[in-house]
Design a protein around this ligand. Structure first.
Ligand SMILES: *Cc1c(COP(=O)(O)O)cnc(C)c1O
Length: 365
């Protein structure tokens, strides 16, 4: 590092030049993150120095984290759900599998999950030394429940269903998975990292949450459709014993035990997440989701008018298409099966979609 510091002006002009190298959100059509809501930014700034890793020192912030968990618990039909704010879906999924492993006490634990599962499960299984059993999808890109039933055995400690798959925006048949989990007494974890902030606000929500008796844990990311600042995820569990299974003693903190994966944890994005839900309310979230779904359907219609077919009709605001040439500067990702994938996040306005459709239409004419 430099011996003599830079002037603030020089430093920030350097930082600004680097920030200009980032892609402008106008052209980001495949991210599950979006521009944070102004109230999330304001709340984040206000709580910048808070550390939830030592809740006794930040009791007010800590109570806001509890309120966030309570709000999400109510939204997911179980106001008494326990949980905590994580750094995102990856951490929530790691912790959910860790709970399933700790509470089931299998000697050779395996996890049964759909092929569409997020790559965070691969990390989780590696860290936790669990076998990963990938189940094929049906023709609608949803987990094949029959195949899942056949893959479970006496060493299965967790069954995973996805509510809003990262690549195709599908919701797995969670009612059936819940029945299977109950029948075999297996922990059912729902990865609703994306869909958790979408499905409850749809006109016809699909069952995915604690209203299904087999569901023991849910991952949800406010830093995606919850419009919070990054990093903001949450893990919710049905019973307090489930998180207690992760408790370790913490000798030098204001609390004696903690069950989180991170030690020091930022309060700022947690308060940001709560601020958005409080500010928008159910009504505001419904309007937000309605807009994103409308844009998704418009995009699908527009693409099909150019002969670029949809892969599936998604359950949430993720649209996928048969391969086509995408002109710069648009940034579009591809799925593992080679389909174009567009996530109609709130920053992807209707006029951006029209501009994109015009460009892709001309390129593929
Ligand atoms: C985004 C996503 C994740 C990973 O979340 P991070 O916040 O990136 O760690 C996990 N599962 C699903 C379904 C996701 O969409």
């Amino acid at each position: 590092m430099r011996y003599k510091g830079r002037t603030e002006e020089d430093l920030f002009s350097f930082l600004a030049s680097k920030k200009r190298e980032d892609t402008c959100h106008e052209y980001i059509l495949s991210s599950m993150c979006t521009l944070p809501h102004p109230v999330a930014v304001r709340a984040h700034t206000m709580f910048m120095e808070t550390n939830l890793g030592d809740p006794g020192l930040f009791q007010g912030t800590s109570s806001l984290e509890h309120l966030l968990i309570r709000t999400l618990g109510e939204l997911f039909h179980h106001p008494d759900a326990c949980g905590y704010a994580t750094s995102g879906g990856t951490e929530s999924n790691i912790q959910a599998l860790r709970i399933a492993k700790m509470t089931s006490k299998k000697t050779r634990p395996n996890v049964v999950l759909p092929e569409s599962a997020h790559f965070s499960f691969k990390k989780a299984c590696e860290i936790l030394c669990m076998e990963m059993r990938c189940i094929p999808l049906d023709e609608h890109y949803r987990m094949d429940v029959q195949a899942a039933a056949e893959a479970t055995d006496d060493q299965t400690c967790c069954l995973v269903g996805i509510a809003g798959t990262t690549e195709y925006g599908m919701v797995d048949p969670l009612t059936e998975l819940s029945l299977l989990a109950m029948e075999r007494d297996i922990h059912l974890h729902v990865d609703a990292a994306f869909g958790g902030m979408v499905i409850p606000f749809l006109e016809r929500p699909l069952p995915f949450d604690f209203s299904l008796p087999g569901v023991r844990s849910i991952a949800v990311d406010p830093h995606k459709m919850g419009l919070s600042t990054i990093p903001s995820g949450c893990l919710l569990v049905r019973d307090p014993e489930l998180v207690c299974s992760l408790s370790v003693d913490t000798p030098y903190l204001t609390v004696k035990q903690e069950f989180t994966l991170s030690g020091t944890r930022p309060g700022a994005p947690v308060v940001g997440a709560l601020a958005v839900l409080e500010y928008l309310g159910r009504e505001g979230m419904e309007a937000l989701v309605r807009g994103c779904m409308k844009n998704t359907l418009r995009l699908i219609d527009g693409m099909e008018a150019y002969g670029i077919a949809r892969v599936v009709t998604p359950d949430v605001n993720v649209a996928t298409f048969s391969p086509a040439k995408v002109p710069p500067p648009w940034r579009i990702s591809m799925t593992r099966r080679g389909h174009l994938r567009i996530v109609c996040m709130p920053h992807v306005h209707a006029d951006i979609i029209e501009k994109f459709l015009k460009d892709i239409g001309e390129t593929n004419a």
